[in-house]
Design a binder for this molecule. Structure first.
Ligand SMILES: *[C@@H]1O[C@H](CO)[C@@H](O)[C@H](O)[C@H]1NC(C)=O
Ligand SMILES: *[C@@H]1O[C@H](CO)[C@@H](O)[C@H](O)[C@H]1NC(C)=O
Ligand SMILES: *[C@@H]1O[C@H](CO)[C@@H](O)[C@H](O)[C@H]1NC(C)=O
Length: 394
C-alpha cells in the first residue's frame, strides 16, 4: 500500500518536469527508418543484393550507398536489427514497457511512437540497435560474408611474441563494425539539437559496450595437447552480455539537460572521458579524427550528479506512464499482461497491473511425459496433466 502512495506521487510529479515549451518539437526524434530492415528475414538470398523496394526507399541516400558499395552488409544489418529486437524484448519481458514492436515495414514506427520521446526506453532502443549492428558486422567480417572486410589480423604485429603465444587466427573485426555502425546507424543524426545529441550518445554507448567486451581466445597446438604453441585472437562477446550490460545502464541512465547546447563546455569534451577497459586491445574510441559529432559533453540534469560517461545511457525526458493504453504516446498499457503474484518487483502483480487488480486462472495443459525406451525400438510416454496458475492484469 505504501508503495502505492509513492507511485501515485511519482505520477503526479511527472507533468511538472515535462517540457511544455515550443522547443519540444526539436526534442522529438524522427526514429530510425533503417530499423525496418529487421523485417527482411536476414537470409543471404534475400539480403545480399536485393532488398524489398519498400524498405530500401526508407533508407537515407548515404545508407543506400553503403549497402550498394559493401555487398553482404545488408544481411548483417538485418540479422543485427533482429537480434536487437529479440534482446530488447528479453530484457524488458517483465516490465510494464515490454519493447513490443509493430508488424509494419516502416522503421520509424517499428517500436511505436515511444521513440518520439527522449526517454530512457528510447535511449535503450538506440543503444541496443547500434550495438547489434556493430556486433553483427564485426562477426560477418570474420565469417567472410562481407566483401569489403575480413578477419582482423592487425593483432599479429602487436605484442604476443614476448609471451609464449602468438597472435594468429581470425579476430572478429570490431574496428570495422564500430566504424560501419557510426557511418550507417548515425546517418542523419548530426548533433544539431539535444535530441540528436542524445541519439548519438546512446548509439555510441551501444558500440562502446560491444568493444569493451571483446576478449581474447586462444588455442593450444603443442604436442599432445601441451600449450607450448598457442595462437590467440580477439572474439566478440555473446550478444546477451551486451544486452545485460545495457540494461544495467538503463537502470542507472543519466538524465541530461535540455539546454546543454548553449552552455557548452569544450574543455570537457568527450574525448577526455575515456572508458577503455583492460582486456580490450581495441577499446572504445571517442571521436578520433571525426568532425565534432562525437566531441561534446552532456550536462547532468541534476548538477550534483556526474556527467554521463561514454558507456552510460542518457535521456532528456521522463518516461510516460505505461499503465494505461495511450495511442498518442505509443503506450499499449498493461491490461492482459501476465504478472507474478508473489514478486514485489516490477513483474509483480501490484506494480505490473498498476493497482487495477488481476485475474487468476488455472490453465491445464496436457503433455507427453515419463517417456521410456522400450526394447526394441519404441519410446512410450504417459500423458501428464500439469496445471499452471496464471495471473493476468485487468
Ligand atoms: C507486450 O505487451 C503487450 C500488452 O501490453 C502484448 O500485447 C505484447 O504481446 C507483449 N509483447 C511482447 C514481446 O511480450
Ligand atoms: C515469482 O516471483 C518469485 C519471487 O520473486 C520468484 O521466486 C518466482 O520464481 C516467480 N515466478 C515466476 C513464474 O516467475
Ligand atoms: C512415471 O513412471 C514411474 C515409474 O514407471 C511411475 O511410478 C510414475 O507413476 C509415472 N508417472 C506418471 C505421471 O505417469
Amino acid at each position: 500500500m505504501n508503495l502505492w502512495i509513492i507511485i501515485a506521487m511519482l505520477v503526479v510529479a511527472v507533468p511538472s518536469v515535462l517540457p511544455t515549451d515550443p522547443s519540444k518539437n526539436k526534442n522529438k526524434g524522427r526514429g530510425s527508418m533503417w530499423w525496418g530492415i529487421a523485417k527482411t528475414d536476414g537470409t543471404p538470398e534475400q539480403t545480399s543484393t536485393q532488398l524489398d523496394p519498400a524498405i530500401f526507399s526508407t533508407l537515407r541516400q548515404k545508407q543506400r550507398r553503403l549497402v550498394r558499395e559493401n555487398p553482404g552488409v545488408l544481411g548483417a544489418i538485418s540479422r543485427g536489427a533482429n537480434h536487437a529486437i529479440a534482446e530488447c524484448q528479453h530484457q524488458f519481458r517483465n516490465r510494464r514497457w515490454n519493447c513490443s514492436t509493430r508488424n509494419i515495414l516502416r522503421g520509424k514506427n517499428l517500436f511505436g511512437k515511444i521513440v518520439d520521446r527522449g526517454c530512457r526506453e528510447t535511449a535503450f532502443i538506440y543503444a541496443i540497435t547500434s550495438a547489434a549492428v556493430t556486433h553483427s558486422i564485426a562477426r560477418a567480417c570474420s565469417e567472410g560474408s562481407i566483401q569489403s572486410c575480413s578477419c582482423d589480423y592487425s593483432y599479429e604485429n602487436k605484442g604476443g611474441k614476448m609471451h609464449e603465444w602468438e597472435w594468429g587466427g581470425c579476430s572478429d573485426n570490431i574496428d570495422y563494425g564500430f566504424k560501419f555502425s557510426r557511418e550507417f546507424v548515425d546517418t542523419g543524426e548530426r548533433g544539431r539539437n539535444i535530441r540528436e545529441k542524445m541519439n548519438i550518445h546512446n548509439n555510441e554507448a551501444g558500440r562502446n559496450h560491444v568493444a569493451a567486451e571483446m576478449h581474447q581466445e586462444c588455442k593450444c597446438h603443442g604436442m599432445s595437447g601441451s600449450c607450448t604453441v598457442k595462437t590467440c585472437w580477439m572474439r566478440l562477446p555473446v550478444f546477451r552480455t551486451v544486452g545485460d550490460n545495457l540494461k544495467d545502464r538503463f537502470d542507472g541512465a543519466s538524465r541530461v539537460l535540455i539546454n546543454s547546447d548553449k552552455n557548452r563546455d569544450t574543455s570537457n569534451a568527450i574525448m577526455s572521458n575515456s572508458a577503455s577497459s583492460s582486456n580490450s586491445v581495441h577499446g572504445p574510441r571517442q571521436g578520433v579524427g571525426r568532425r565534432q559529432r562525437y566531441g561534446y559533453q552532456l550536462k547532468p540534469f541534476n548538477s550534483e550528479h556526474k556527467p554521463p560517461g561514454v558507456k552510460d545511457l542518457v535521456y532528456i525526458e521522463s518516461s510516460p506512464p505505461f499503465c494505461e493504453r495511450n495511442p498518442k504516446l505509443g503506450v499499449l498499457g498493461t491490461r492482459g499482461r501476465q504478472c507474478n503474484d508473489t514478486s514485489i518487483g516490477v513483474d509483480g502483480c501490484d506494480l505490473m497491473c498498476c493497482g487495477r487488480g488481476y485475474r487468476t486462472e488455472h490453465v491445464t495443459s496436457v503433455e507427453r511425459c515419463n517417456c521410456t525406451f522400450q526394447w526394441c525400438c519404441e519410446v512410450r510416454c504417459a500423458t501428464c496433466k500439469t496445471t499452471k496458475i496464471i495471473h493476468t492484469c485487468l
